[in-house]
Design a binder for this molecule. Sequence first.
Ligand SMILES: *Cc1c(COP(=O)(O)O)cnc(C)c1O
Length: 391
Amino acid sequence: MAQNRRLNDPQTLTGQSIVDDLGVTPLINAGGPNTKHSGSRPRLEAIEAMEAMSEVFVDMDELLLAAGERIAEITGNEAATITSGASGGLVVQAAAAMAKDDPERITQLPITDGMPSELIIQRGHRFVYDHLYLAPGSSFVEVGRPTDSTIEEIEQAIGPNTAALIHLESPYKETFGVPLPELAELAHAHGLPVLADCASMLPPRENLSKYTAQGADLVSFSGGKAVRGPQSTGFLIGKPEWVEFARLNNAPNPGVTRAQKVSKEEIAGLLAALEAFVSVDEEAETKHYRDQMNFIIDQITEIPGITAEIQHNYDHYIPHAVVTFGNDWRGPDYSEITARLKAGSPRIYAAFDYRPNPNHMWIDPLNLQDGEVEIVAEQLRKILIEAASGG
Ligand SMILES: *Cc1c(COP(=O)(O)O)cnc(C)c1O
């Protein structure tokens, strides 16, 4: 047994040796920074900063305050703080909206007696992760329909128990609903904050300051998606007052978010990743991804029944190779194709649409390592050709 244990041997330690030792088969991640498929590859700068940060001890409040200031500076915002993923940021947002800087309220949550605890959300902004908003004891007041909602409906829902208005920016949300600037104007007229979930809206890097400029008081971003910081990190940016409320409601302080602590190493890793992220030439990066995706499209474009094209828009944060299955497609649907990719050798994870009755899937180049785009193109081509002929 003992001779199989290689996790402590620096001579032979590699990612492959770790998964071999554990009996886990790795995969090629061609589906983007999905948490269930292990997120994104942390930048080298982040890994190095984490290791270096392990050498020192600090007062965590001081570190979090200083790191927040640095993130504000890097991202062009007034204030910022660090969270345990964008999901952790949603919990902190809701806690901040209810308890603000009141120490008794902060420790009382998730019991919300005596404080406004309702979060108004447009039905078209409901999302698989939005339950995190409810974790500190808050509840939703839903307005509008899945396909639309109006500013009047939101205004009518505001009452003495309202703590905040929620706004989502995410690919495939069902409706754009009320534009953020109008929502923010309404919220501020009632002395309420707008809490925005913009977790995956990077790149483009300009979004780092876009939603705060449009009036959101707290915006939650992932640090473990395309920023490529530690997978468990996120950050909140916004108005100094609300960012301070968020920090006071966040770990390491005792309270409902105590289970969401972020280590000093992860904090340093996120800072290093963000600095690197903002200094990348986005045009060159985009061209690189586009070239990779064109390579894949060239391999599959002739296959009958599908269209293969690059999409780079609100729904696709970097250029993706999107495969759409047409009415004349004779093979199995997207879920079977992606399952076959994942069952293959090597295993490949590809992304697909969350909306009902999806008819497409795509390749996301964010996590492709050297040499992998060729493998993905070949496997995808093979599986699609087999499937197209009824295989
Ligand atoms: C990814 C995502 C989250 C979760 O972010 P984590 O950093 O993984 O916690 C929350 N909301 C939306 C809209 C997302 O896309």
